[in-house]
Design a protein around this ligand. Structure first.
Ligand SMILES: Cc1cc2nc3c(=O)[nH]c(=O)nc-3n(C[C@H](O)[C@H](O)[C@H](O)COP(=O)(O)OP(=O)(O)OC[C@H]3O[C@@H](n4cnc5c(N)ncnc54)[C@H](O)[C@@H]3O)c2cc1C
Length: 489
């Protein structure tokens, strides 16, 4: 197969990019499960943007940089914030019905924001964006969608990308493209405790690194402070907008603990709240309490959360909600410039897979959908289908059965990686332990995986998880002091 643009991933960044690219050429969009299977589909809170008269770009920039512990790339932050309103209006034009009050967008507040600036749709903003973008992509005659198609390896030659090798219908195929776009999302599945769905296995990062790209800021993993404390995979998120609407955090003695720990109290930046909850959990469960709010309000404002909690016999209008931190977002990733370019010619990346520099050492809430959207809006303005497509030969690996001995080994190793990463690269880190125990343990797993000569999605994902885990541990080992969401013991 051959095309002008090969887009890998069907979250907000892949779908949005595909819509722009389809105006310039033929697009093939591949995604490893169904189209809706993405982190985007899980986003609850909304998208931050400068939309209110009392707000301005400088305030949003300052909040972003303060949350990022001043590690951000200021040029990238300004670029994102100054294009934020345009990005929201684009979504509205495509059909996303953000909540309004008499023609004015309703805006929510989340941790680290000094203004109400989050456009939202109930507590299922991501699902609504995903639904509309999928609808538009399906309508487009220039876009060919291939579901259940797993990108295995980028096809590269002399620092140029020519497409990707994929597994589809139990076969290995090559898709050649003028431009290849990584929109493969995050890495949450590296941890035993995560809000991310099963697709988030760091494939894009591992493939890009293998092709010669650089990564940066890999140690900055954001742990969401308030996942529901019930053993489910992925962990169900209690959006920060619940605290934005007045929910308070209580420790096992029923006391508010954030009041003494940060000036923004329960709405302090996520890294701070996650660490404080983590400490409190040593003495017993931690709860969110929004029971002072009216049931009618809660049902209307948080329909999904309300219903989910009811399924666990928790009534948010009366009961306290047990919460715990969970791995949520990777602030670093594949290094790109403001145009989404990587070090490899004709290979672009955007969305959670990238390190654009906007998040610094800790992402400000609701800036990730914005980053994915703004960057995938801008890049395409400068992109043309390249005329020189060179077809090169590439070895096709042998496929292994999902029930084979190798696949079972990969499944077992995946669980080990998840446990190791929670222990060594979790909320609070010990550099000596990372060096002495964490890194050697992951290297041992990579060694075991290297003996597997055949491949399939399970084996490839596990290898990608292990390679990405090593990148995280290596970066965490190098950073001596606490910064943003990297807490050093
Ligand atoms: C529970 C939850 C709540 C969140 N809430 C918010 C919020 O309120 N506001 C906000 O700004 N952000 C939020 N986020 C973060 C935000 O949703 C993500 O950062 C963003 O959606 C990432 O978009 P993306 O397009 O980069 O990746 P994704 O949406 O994750 O899409 C990645 C796509 O790539 C595909 N893929 C991956 N690997 C391969 C492969 N090898 N081959 C083929 N396809 C592949 C996946 O199947 C998927 O379709 C939340 C995240 C979670 C998990």
């Amino acid at each position: 197969m051959q095309t002008n643009f090969l887009v890998i991933g069907s979250g907000i960044s892949g779908l949005n990019f595909a819509l722009h690219a389809a105006k310039k050429g033929k697009v093939i969009l591949v995604t490893k499960k169904k189209l809706i299977d993405s982190n985007t589909n899980y986003a609850q809170g909304g998208i931050a943007a400068v939309l209110d008269k009392t707000d301005d770009a400088e305030k949003h920039i300052n909040d972003t940089i303060e949350a990022g512990d001043f590690h951000n790339d200021k040029k990238a932050v300004r670029f994102m914030v100054e294009n934020s309103a345009e990005a929201i209006y684009r979504l509205i034009d495509l059909g996303v019905a953000f909540e309004k009050d008499k023609n004015k967008l309703k805006l929510a507040k989340e941790g680290g924001h000094n203004k109400r600036r989050i456009a939202y749709v109930g507590d299922y903003t991501g699902q609504e964006i995903e639904r509309i973008l999928i609808k538009r992509v399906k309508e487009h005659l220039n876009i060919k969608i291939i579901e259940n198609c797993f990108a295995l390896k980028l096809i590269t030659h002399r620092k140029t990308c020519y497409g990707s090798q994929v597994i589809h219908r139990n076969q290995v195929d090559n898709i050649f493209a003028d431009q290849t776009i990584l929109a493969t999302g995050g890495i949450g599945q590296i941890y035993s405790n995560t809000t991310n769905p099963s697709i988030a296995t760091g494939d894009g990062i591992a493939m890009a690194v293998e092709a010669g790209c650089k990564t940066q800021d890999m140690e900055f993993i954001q742990f969401h402070p308030t996942a529901l404390d019930k053993q489910i995979t992925p962990r169900f998120l209690i959006s920060e907008t619940v605290r934005g609407e007045g929910a308070k955090l209580l420790n096992s003695k029923g006391q508010r603990f954030m009041t003494k720990r940060h000036k923004l109290k329960d709405l302090a930046p996520r890294s701070i709240v996650a660490k404080e909850i983590y400490k409190e959990l040593e003495d017993g469960p931690v709860y969110l309490d929004i029971s002072h709010k009216d049931r009618k309000f809660l049902k209307k404002r948080f329909p999904k959360i309300y219903a989910k909690l009811r399924s666990y016999k928790i009534d948010m209008a009366k009961d306290h909600i047990p919460v715990t931190p969970a791995a949520h977002y990777l602030c670093g990733g594949v290094k790109t410039d403001l145009n989404g370019r990587t070090k490899i010619k004709n290979l672009f990346a955007f969305g959670e897979v990238t390190r654009t520099g906007v998040h610094g050492a800790n992402r400000l809430a609701s800036n990730s959908l914005l980053e994915a959207l703004v960057f995938s809006n801008q890049i395409i303005k400068k992109l043309k289908p390249s005329k020189k497509l060179k077809i090169i030969t590439i070895d096709r690996p042998t496929l292994s059965l999902k029930t084979s001995k190798e696949s079972l080994l990969a499944k077992r190793l995946r669980k080990e990686i998840q446990k190791l990463m929670w222990k060594y690269a979790g909320i609070v880190r010990d550099r000596k332990l990372i060096k002495k125990e964490g890194i050697p343990a992951i290297k041992q797993i990579l060694q075991e995986l290297s003996h597997i000569t055949s491949t399939n999605q399970i084996i490839a994902e596990t290898t990608n998880l292990a390679q990405t885990a090593l990148l995280i541990l290596t970066s965490a080992k190098k950073r001596r002091r606490t910064l943003g969401c990297h807490f050093v013991e």
